[in-house]
Design a protein around this ligand. Sequence first.
Ligand code: SF4
Length: 195
Amino acid sequence: MTDEPTRLRDYGLQSERLLWPTKGPSRFEEELGLEEMERALGLTTLEKAVRWAQTKSMWPDTFGLACCAIEMMSIVGSRYDLARFGMEAFRSSPRQADLLIVSGRVANKMAEPLRQIYDQMLEPKWVIAMGACASSGGMFNNYTILQGVDRIVPVDIYVPFCPPRPEALMEGIIRLHEAHLAGVPPAYERVGVAT
Ligand code: SF4
């Protein structure tokens, strides 16, 4: 059984016909289907509207660690134009940010500050591991480098390559938006990490 609205009356519309118990769906409801009906009438739920607003204002934290950071910086330029998603404001305070893009290899020394920054961000918050090093340690299979940032923070999206081009990061951001719009909870609600 699902709580998803399927009829106009589920949206709180209260005409006599819609509320009549023995009346089936109207032709209008039958022909359009739920998604098209929402689009055509501008109907939605508060939850969906909030999620939509959040995807249009995810503010990234300023957190570049190595070569990948140069690719990350370029997405705010006119060529890639992150502003089209309302995301051009990279914040210097984690308390004003809700997206942590870990771009570059994470030395073990940096693990603690990174986790501290993550903990200072307000919920809901998301993490993108940008590049091979942040995702898995990359070519640096040695004792100084953290073998994947998901050992210390829950990661929502992994962006592959060394380095990922800005287009790849944009793809990761768009996938994150799609997941959030579809109702996928942030990674900290789904996966655990060592504390
Ligand atoms: S993935 Fe490649 S470009 Fe990115 S930090 Fe590692 S070595 Fe540098």
